[in-house]
Design a binder for this molecule. Sequence first.
Ligand code: ANZ
Ligand code: ZN
Length: 813
Amino acid sequence: EVRYNHKEVEKKWRGNWQAKPINVNDGKKPKYYCLDMFPYPSGSGLHVGHWRGYVISDVWSRYKMLHGYYVIHPMGWDAFGLPAENYAIKTGVHPKISTASNVANIKRQIKEISAVYDWDMEVNTTDPEFYKWTQWIFVKMFKAGLAYEKEMPINWCPSCKTGLANEEVVNGCCERCHSVVTKKNLKQWMLKITAYADRLLDDLDKLDWPEKVKKMQTDWIGRSYGAEVDFKVEGTDDSITVYTTRPDTLYGATFMVLAPEHKMAKQLATDETRKAVDDYIYRASTRSNIDRMQDKEKTGVFTGSYAINPLNGAKVPIWLSDYVLADYGTGAIMCVPAHDDRDFEFAKKFDLPIIQVIAKDGKEIENMTEAYTEAAGTMINSGDWNGMESSVLKKEAPAMIEKMGFGRKTTNYKLRDWVFSRQRYWGEPIPIVHCPDCGCVPVPEDQLPLLLPEVEKYEPTGTGESPLAAIDEWVNTTCPCCGKPAKRETNTMPQWAGSSWYFLRYVDNKNDKELVSREKADKYLPVDMYIGGVEHAVLHLLYSRFYTKFLHDIGVIDFDEPFKKLFNQGMICKKPDDIEKYGTKAMKMSKSMGNVVSPDTLVNDYGCDSLRMYELFVGPPETDAEWDDRGIDGVRRFITRFWNLVHENAGKNVPETDECTKLQHKMVHDITERLESFSLNTVISGFMEYNNKFIELAKKQGGIDKKTLEIMVTLLAPFAPHVAEELWEVLGHDTSVFENNRWPEYDEDAMKDNEVEIAVQLNGKTKTVITIAADAAKDDVLAAGKAALGDKLTGSIIKEIYVPGKIVNIVAK
Ligand code: ANZ
Ligand code: ZN
């Protein structure tokens, strides 16, 4: 008997793979690009939660190898960003040094997974040879008019002392440090992602992505069709333009509301209202957008002025309220309380008129208690629009309004341009020179990379300038255009910059002439399968699509979507060890929560193969799962039992039986279907079930044939590659299980059951079950049933009943 010793097996096969790599690019195989979201090399290293995604992507990569693909499966480091910088502030250790040691450590840990990463493709976003191209893209965007400077109130984290993109603000707090985010006016570099809004939306149709993620991007971009309508301000020559998606309700507009920041807000005040208006504007300015949106009760103030509804000449009061956002649409709305919830609430609170213009169930509602918000029903109280269908009018009204001359058809987006400046040290310097004469001048492309200089202090200045601003000899330069003294831009790029395009660089990571050669891009890109956490649905995944489209447009690549297929794995959670402090709820594994499980001891005690399979066994890969170390025993037991089955039968030369063939096909079918649908936890339970069935069958028929064992080993190979290789060798092969070997196929016909299970009853009570050929004759079935009852059957038989394919019932007395 050969005992399963995981340490020996794993060591042996790692050595073999090193000496003779599997997954070689012979130039003939088709490519398949399977990408992991690359990690931030944090100081705390990997826990079993990180393993999950890497195991999933490796299983998928090896599965594709077994279909004859050369699989591009690279790994790299997203290493700019705040943690390394904050660590430097605390300890004085340069981010470059801490990053390098973190990378080395995590790389060692990742190698424990035995994934088929091609380390020759490795990239690191902080490597000047890499960020040269991150800067190059920025220069290209600048030249294309897509990078521009703008003074604007930005989200400001007072604790990190840096600006944040909208995407980095979660519930009004900094995504990283959870401090409450405030506003600050600063000159910012912006990327015009809004220029791509339509393509980013429309092209979602091309993608094989989870619907949930597509929906999140759709909502984030938030395209809506409607009209701008101009209302004259009574007694003046001014007019106020509102944005509405419901121009069909124009007759029902009974008041107007402006955002407190609206440029007309102050001038609309009258002597009587001025104080209240000023107070209201001031109060709103001290509150964040998030607070304003979360208000339970509407607040507002009447300006004292009126606007004229251009359609019917009605005079409507103009109010200010902070439920209208300054930076959406025109910052002013026409209010239709009968058909909009927020307007209804506001009208009730301030006792403003409500006019229903769409009949509900063919009627005008007597006492409205809530708004009727559907665009369905006949128009009423609407002049010549009476009798029209609201859903039709909603579509036609913008053009009608345009014709009547008091408005125009418009499209609006929630998406905003991307705030691209960070007032921090550890990022790519923005390659721009500010010249008093020439303005913003990009660093010439042949002078890139613009290296990040050494600084003495990493602390942000808190004035809104990055620590780079303190290095005079770096800041002071000459204008690339006119040669006169000029100053460098001192802000750096956000962490998303490098991750927006890194996947393009892997396949040509040593190219010092181009970001990626067109030849290699055509051959190896885009990504066929992208695997990573769902938390990146709107940030990284939107930015990457934007960058890819831009690089397509300037001819760098020939495709305009980076990731054909996407899979988002759920998180691994665990109850905190310190229940007193953190409660008993299972939470995402993290060092700060004190609930991390290190893979190291598990790999040592159970082996890499067991941990790989257990990572998948804990639950459906797309949902969060709670970790419990103890479960790994069951997986290890399965591997041992399978190991023994193969060893016991490898040399036996048992012929393949019909029963075995059938089970084989069923197994290949089940495992393949489950794998294809990413139901990886049920793949593992499937292995366990089939293994038990084959063990039973081996007992019954005196062994299992070699072909069946080979099929099982091949199916197992993506999951437990070391064990599979070893058993493949035991079965007499002298090449890798991944070489000259294909994923087995199944035949539906061969799976069909030609046996049935029959319940055997004595006097109507089921005593046992027999398995018998589906076409067995009645007498044979009855005989088998009686035999199965054995000495339970006493007395004399009165009746023998057979319900075909189901039940044998023997009645005896
Ligand atoms: C009149 C109306 C009548 C509206 C009705 C809705 C229902 P989306 O789909 O999000 O684009 N709105 C416009 N600008 C706004 C702003 N800056 N802040 C808050 N609300 C704003 O929604 C557009 C609708 O939201 C617009 O259509 C406007 O209210 C409001 F029965 O105009 B509507
Ligand atoms: Zn100049």
